[in-house]
Ligand binder design. Structure first.
Ligand code: ADP
Length: 177
């Protein structure tokens, strides 16, 4: 639940599917039907219950898929979490500024987490894989968005898959502190 205490933000290197948190954020694609990268890992480790709920969402609220920048929750299946919050990052474009959509992934995911009553949320580095967002810039956007959404969830973690992403996020959060 929302709290008056400051949010604790933790940056760590690891596999997000192993994180013991209330909600794990998935860098999904708009089909919600699974993909590669962190999405594939979450569905593999979480089992078929997640895909089943995603299919139901496609049959109801999100017949045309989940638009970039929005977020929706499902069960976490067999993951050590209660929910997966699926959000769709924008594909990076050098010609068009899509940073508002990437920022929205963080703020909308936190809004959904707060609605669920989640006390802890783990984020991956959204859009920095197949969607090619430069990791330093993605980290800057993540840090700003989460700082402005302070106090929504008390425990926010960024689980970075490699050292380069971890360093980028550490630098960005230091700058935004
Ligand atoms: P996108 O399509 O939004 O770019 P990707 O899944 O391709 O999403 O990549 C997003 C980030 O997630 C990348 O930095 C990638 O290294 C990282 N990643 C991939 N698998 C995992 C995992 N199991 N745990 C945490 N991060 C992961």
């Amino acid at each position: 639940m929302a709290t008056d205490n400051p949010t604790q933000i933790t940056l760590l290197r690891g596999d997000i599917t192993e994180e013991h948190v209330d909600a794990v954020v998935n860098a999904a694609n708009s089909s919600l039907l699974g993909g590669g990268g962190v999405d594939g890992a979450i569905h593999r480790r979480g089992g078929p219950a997640i895909l089943e709920e995603c299919r139901e969402l496609r049959g109801s609220h999100y017949a045309n898929g989940l638009p970039a920048g929005q977020a929706v929750a499902t069960t976490a299946g067999d993951l050590p979490a209660r929910w997966v919050i699926h959000t769709v990052g924008p594909v990076y474009s050098a010609a068009q500024d899509r940073s508002g959509l990437l920022a929205s992934c963080f703020t909308e995911s936190l809004r959904v987490a707060q609605e669920l009553g989640a006390d802890s949320v783990a984020f991956p580095a959204i859009s920095t894989g197949v969607y090619s967002w430069p990791v330093d810039d993605a980290a800057r956007i993540a840090a700003r968005s989460v700082r402005t959404a302070q106090r929504t969830v008390p425990d926010i973690r960024f689980v970075l898959f490699d050292d380069q992403a971890l360093s980028a996020f550490e630098a960005a959060f230091e700058r935004e502190a």
